[in-house]
Design a protein around this ligand. Structure first.
Ligand SMILES: Cc1ncc(COP(=O)(O)O)c(C=O)c1O
Length: 381
């Protein structure tokens, strides 16, 4: 039995008839961008994020970029974020002409270590982007408190955390703005590129609406320099079919994570993810830590178990960001975590049998390689 890291087909099959009929409707009407499906999805997604406004955009990277632009972040500004994230978080900052300033992460939640933020604030700092990584919310209250004290804008990178909660409140409603991605494998995924911005601020929502469409409040009138960041009707129609299922899919993910945790509890070489006391984690990814990560990854793949690494090279060490001047050793927790993280198969339709098989393969690795346990500091005799 081979088990993929994600199985998009398993989600598509039961929804196929409805999706195809909604897509056909869009094609019959030939209103392809920013039409009735986008408007309805914006209302429906805002309700799922607990915000007053949602603005549909072309993808999550553009959502981050537009949020930064709407908050007035530009050339010469600094934006504090983490390096343990998908590169798009840092990329969006660079694309608006600002400089990413990286702080280290918490070794247990893998999200921003709030204690490292204040010392990085300078007169140039304009915004903070906490990332709700893997589906785990960042510790938002102290971030908002710091931001208020220093007059900074907070943009949540919620691209991996649709439906997650912080102290009972939905992510996307905690900062000044938030960016979501509907990349196909996300907790809510399109069948192409799509993204969403959320906010409770009417002015920011209005600016974002203009920025996604060339800064235009009406056709051929351009108030701002924006970009082409429109969400298309086909993706919006597909997302509207899927959105009502998202809470159920998230609870399936949570229950799979709990099962994995039980199955892996006896293996001291594997650190399972820890849900922060303030969090309702939605397990976009189920990420364990293992010192012999690369060997285990290769072994699992040989055994037909899809595993992945999110992310092997932190942003501060990426060649594209070399000019920022960071060096190996600058973010010790980030670098250690990046060397050890391993994502196991996780998707709502994952069966109990598949989870058991994944864990059997993990256990087989340590049985065949007792020295791996010793490397992890665990005596085998
Ligand atoms: C944390 C994070 N930020 C930003 C993005 C960018 O989203 P997109 O791929 O839709 O542009 C992603 C998606 O992969 C992500 O995981």
């Amino acid at each position: 039995m081979s088990i993929p890291l994600v199985d998009l087909g398993a989600q598509y099959r039961p929804l196929k008839a409805e999706i195809l009929s909604r897509v056909a409707e869009v094609l019959e009407g030939m209103q392809l961008f920013l039409g009735p499906n986008v408007q309805a999805l914006e209302r429906e997604f805002a309700a799922h994020a607990g915000t007053a406004y949602a603005v549909g955009v072309s993808d999550g990277t553009t959502a981050l970029q537009i949020a930064l632009m709407a908050c007035g972040v530009g050339a010469g500004d600094e934006v504090i974020t983490v390096a343990h994230t998908f590169v798009a978080t840092a990329e969006a900052i660079v694309l608006v002409g600002a400089r990413p300033v990286f702080v280290d992460i918490d070794p247990e939640t893998y999200t921003i270590d709030v204690s490292g933020v204040e010392e990085q604030i300078t007169p140039r700092t304009r915004a903070i982007i906490p990332v709700h990584l893997y589906g785990q919310p960042a510790d938002m209250d102290p971030i908002m408190e710091l931001a208020t004290r220093h007059g900074l804008c907070v943009i949540e990178d919620a691209c991996q955390a649709h439906g997650a909660r912080y102290k009972g409140r939905l992510v996307g409603s905690l900062g000044h703005m938030a960016a979501f991605s509907f990349y196909c494998s996300k907790n809510l995924g399109a069948y192409g590129e799509a993204g969403m911005l959320t906010t409770n601020d009417a002015t920011l929502a209005e600016r974002a609406r203009m920025l996604r469409d060339h800064g235009s409040p009406e056709r051929y009138r351009h108030e701002l320099i924006g970009l082409n960041g429109r969400l298309d009707e086909i993706q919006a129609a597909i997302l509207r079919v899927k959105l009502p299922h998202m809470p159920q899919w998230n609870s399936q993910r949570r229950s799979h994570a709990a099962h994995y945790g039980t199955l892996l509890a006896g293996n001291q070489a594997v650190t399972v993810p820890r849900e922060a006391s303030y969090a309702e984690h939605v397990y976009h990814l189920y990420v364990v830590r293992v010192p012999q990560r690369d060997e285990l990854l290769a072994f699992l793949r040989e055994q037909g178990v899809g595993a992945g690494v999110h992310y092997p090279v932190p942003c501060h060490l990426q060649p594209a960001l070399r000019r920022l001047g960071y060096r190996k050793g600058d973010l010790p927790v980030t670098e250690r975590v990046a060397a050890e993280v391993l994502s196991l198969p996780m998707y709502p339709e994952l069966t109990a049998e598949q989870r058991a098989r994944v864990v059997e393969a993990v256990e087989a690795f340590f049985e065949r390689r007792p020295e791996a346990l010793e490397l992890a500091g665990i005596r085998t005799t």
